[in-house]
Design a protein around this ligand. Structure first.
Ligand code: XMP
Length: 422
């Protein structure tokens, strides 16, 4: 969608932060794409670039990768900027791209929206489109773009698997059905999922059951809608860049809930944000009027609270977790910590401990809070939340949420821990 010829190609020579130059170039409102250094001259040429940027690693001794590439690409006769991670600052890039190559700074959010809406109309015509709405940033922005392009030809289906956070299903309906006027079908499938998950304690088994059941519910809803032509996928640019190394098809990480239903025949796939980085998806969302609670939403795993509610899933445990998580999130927002964490949440440990309330002994669950800072979710550092803030939140959770009498804070970085507990 809205791919622009005449931009810049960044050749990635395996740099540590390979996407840094591309993001910095786009922040100058110049369109660019990233290709691996192994791409070959033809793939570069197909994008009709006006300039090349080599993004080389500095710290991992990769300096020798692709030694023959500059000679091969010289045949294209394009101006080249050879960057190391350290010097991909905005001034250097601007001097080269705008000053030397005369590139236009016209890659703006508004231009992207206008061009994408036009492209979507051309691709879809008068056909029908189906979107699996998760309430995450990518599917939300896709929904708003498609709604602007084809209005009521779009139907969104949101499946509530019972493992959403507090108020999320209601919020999704309010924003998209009531606010935007999108055809949104919300399916309350909590009972059905919990029935399937009865007695299951293995995390991978939980993921598998939720993933499969999700597809089944989704397919049933889709079948009720009659003929559908296109299916929307919220692929984003990093998915494409990563698959570019293998020349393969982009696959969403973790085979996320919301994958392609297998037993429905679609004419085609629509991927409106596949050339955007996550921050750009957020900007487009803001420009389309999606509220900040959604555009700033942190990543939420497809299986949702299922991987944060340890052991067997029951409605009682999930409700306890939802309430504790909501109190933590509210406090993080209210006291300015939310902006300093990339992901934060509560976990219901399967441990129960003794406590005391109004002079009576209690036996309740231990909730563990987690907040991490991370750039890529591959490694993560614990957010050093102040002890008085944590003590206050712990007190609030243990007094306001029946069934909880103890709260801990996870102080383990990734590695050795993972971000999620399961
Ligand atoms: P871990 O726990 O592996 O998490 O450090 C890294 C990132 O991946 C998310 N995550 C998932 N996302 N389905 C998803 O869609 C999953 O099964 C899943 N497991 C982990 C996690 O929230 C973090 O952002």
């Amino acid at each position: 969608m809205a791919r622009k010829p005449g931009g810049v190609v960044v050749l990635d020579f395996g740099a540590i932060n390979a996407q840094m130059a591309a993001k910095a170039i786009r922040q100058l409102n110049v369109y660019c794409e990233v290709l691996p250094y192994t791409a070959g001259v033809e793939r570069i040429q197909a994008l009709q670039p006006k300039a090349l940027v080599y993004q080389r690693g500095t710290a991992c001794g990769e300096r020798t990768l692709g030694r023959d590439v500059p000679t091969a690409t010289a045949a294209l006769g394009l101006p080249v900027l050879d960057l190391k991670d350290a010097d991909c600052d905005s001034a250097t890039l601007k001097a080269f791209l705008v000053g030397k190559c005369g590139l236009k700074q016209d890659w703006t959010t508004e231009a992207f929206i206008a061009e994408t809406v036009e492209d979507l109309r051309a691709q879809i015509g008068d056909k029908k489109v189906l979107l699996a709405m998760s309430g995450g940033v990518d599917s939300s922005v896709c929904a708003a773009l498609l709604h602007r392009a084809v209005g009521k030809q779009l139907t969104c289906v949101f499946v509530d698997h019972g493992c959403m956070r507090k108020d999320e299903p209601r919020q999704i309906a309010e924003v998209f059905r009531d606010g935007f006027g999108i055809n949104l079908i919300s399916v309350d499938a909590e009972g059905r999922f919990l029935e399937k998950l009865k007695g299951v304690v293995d995390p991978e088994q939980k993921r598998k059951i939720i993933g499969e059941e999700f597809i089944r519910v989704f397919e049933e809803e889709a079948r009720k809608l009659g003929e559908l032509d296109y299916f929307v996928q919220g692929t984003v640019y990093p998915d494409i860049i990563e698959s570019g190394w293998e020349g393969g098809k982009a696959v969403k990480a973790h085979h996320n809930v919301g994958g392609l239903p297998e037993r429905i025949d679609f004419k085609g796939i629509v991927e409106p944000v596949k050339y955007l980085f996550k921050d750009e998806v957020r900007q487009v969302g803001e420009a389309l009027g999606i509220p900040a609670v959604i555009t700033n939403r942190q990543p939420f795993p497809g299986p949702g609270l299922a991987v944060r509610c340890l052991g067997e899933l029951t409605k009682e445990k999930l409700d306890i977790l939802r309430d504790a998580d909501a109190i933590f999130r509210e406090a993080m927002d209210a006291e300015g910590w939310a902006a300093k964490a990339n992901q934060f949440f509560a976990v219901l440990t399967n441990v129960q401990s003794v406590g005391v309330t109004n002079d009576a002994r209690t036996y309740g669950y231990v909730i563990c809070l987690r907040a991490v800072q991370t750039l890529d979710f591959m490694t993560a550092k614990v957010v050093p939340l102040p002890i008085d803030f944590l003590t206050r939140v712990a007190g609030e959770i243990a007094t306001r949420v029946p069934g909880v009498n103890r709260v801990a804070y996870d102080i383990t970085n990734k590695p050795p821990a993972t971000i999620e507990w399961e």
